[in-house]
Design a protein around this ligand. Structure first.
Ligand SMILES: Nc1ncnc2c1ncn2[C@@H]1O[C@H](COP(=O)(O)OP(=O)(O)O)[C@@H](O)[C@H]1O
Ligand SMILES: [Mg+2]
Length: 317
């Protein structure tokens, strides 16, 4: 029997709250004051599968101190919602980046390691499927929607010529075997800085995404690359342009992360992480095109520059 849908903000104990930073999935949030502190309800109206999977993932990993406890799921035909503690004083790691020191960052990395339960080695079929759906198709979709740029033409970005997107995709596919060295594993799946809360100097992982056809540790770490190598959140928030990002020197946490990967996963691990960062950039492009149309060119330029840099690095090896 399906349960009644939750009241959407008009009940006297559920107040809608605008979390602004980092909320891009279209989920709605409500606060409920309780004697033991405020509770946050996250609700998604529409396709309920994603949020339901998220709830189950969080529940299944509740033994870890860095996973917030979730409760009281409510499901109806067109909505799903669940509750968790509202960490009033927490900042997400993007807002609080300046306050993350090396120890705290290493604690985040060690939490990722604790989650990890390695499974089988990634197969060529999985990689082909992943590249086709998350790289090739996503870019084709963008170019079909936005005819102003030429899929097969070279790109001029800040006075430098880059290969066409068609060429980049072809070259990236020709190196797909690089990704085969990875092992599938238990991962959070969307560990951007916005999905890490810092509460009393302790990390909490929220908003997991189990929908990864390939789920290696490098897929996980590549989300941090997106933030720390490519300032992805600042680009989304219009705080930086691609030209600013290219002029930045490496963030100190990015240097720590690269050294950590080299030490634990070797040269191959680092290369795979760079590769997965490109796939993450590509798979988000259609969302950026729809939601942040004016920035689409910047996101596409970022993908082109990073892809070209990666391919140059691979060819030099
Ligand atoms: N339990 C919580 N306590 C405090 N802030 C939260 C909590 N859950 C989410 N947030 C804030 O809201 C933002 C969006 O939440 P999230 O679950 O990641 O939604 P979305 O699926 O839209 O990305 C987070 O980046 C974080 O800043
Ligand atoms: Mg999020």
């Amino acid at each position: 029997m399906s349960q009644a849908p939750i009241s959407r903000g008009n009940s006297k104990d559920l107040k809608p709250i605008d979390l602004k930073v980092g909320n891009c999935s279209g989920a709605k949030f409500y606060i409920k004051e309780t004697p033991s502190g405020p509770i946050l309800r996250k609700e998604f109206i529409g396709n309920t599968k994603k949020l339901k999977d998220q709830f189950n993932w969080l529940k299944n990993h509740s033994e870890f101190t860095f996973i917030p406890k979730v409760s009281n799921p409510i499901e109806s035909v067109d909505s799903f919602s669940y509750e968790m503690t509202y960490y009033e004083n927490a900042k997400n790691a993007h807002e609080g980046l300046g306050e993350i020191d090396e120890n705290l960052f290493l604690e985040i990395l060690s939490s990722i390691e604790q989650l990890k339960r390695e499974k089988e080695v990634v197969s060529q079929e999985q990689i082909d499927f992943y590249l086709k759906h998350k790289l090739d198709k996503k870019l084709l979709q963008c170019f079909q929607n936005h005819k102003a740029r030429d899929f097969a033409g070279t790109n001029l970005i800040q006075g430098q010529e880059y290969p066409s997107v068609a060429q980049l995709i072809q070259d990236l596919n020709s190196y797909s075997y690089i990704l085969k060295e990875g092992k599938n594993s238990e991962i959070h799946g969307d560990l951007t800085l916005e999905n890490i809360l810092i509460d009393s100097k302790k990390p909490l992982f929220i908003d997991p995404n189990g929908e990864n056809a390939v789920s290696t540790i490098e897929v996980e770490l590549a989300k941090l690359f997106q933030s720390l190598n490519s300032s992805y959140e600042d680009l989304s928030l219009d705080k930086l342009k691609v030209s600013d990002i290219m002029a930045l020197k490496d963030h100190e946490l990015f240097i720590i992360l690269k050294n950590y990967i080299l030490k634990n996963y070797g040269d191959g691990g680092l290369l795979r992480t760079y590769f997965h960062e490109l796939i993450h950039l590509a798979r988000l492009l259609p969302y950026k095109q729809i939601n942040l149309g004016h920035q689409y060119d910047d996101f596409l330029d970022l993908f082109i520059i990073r892809s070209h840099q990666f391919l140059t690095m691979v060819k030099e090896k």
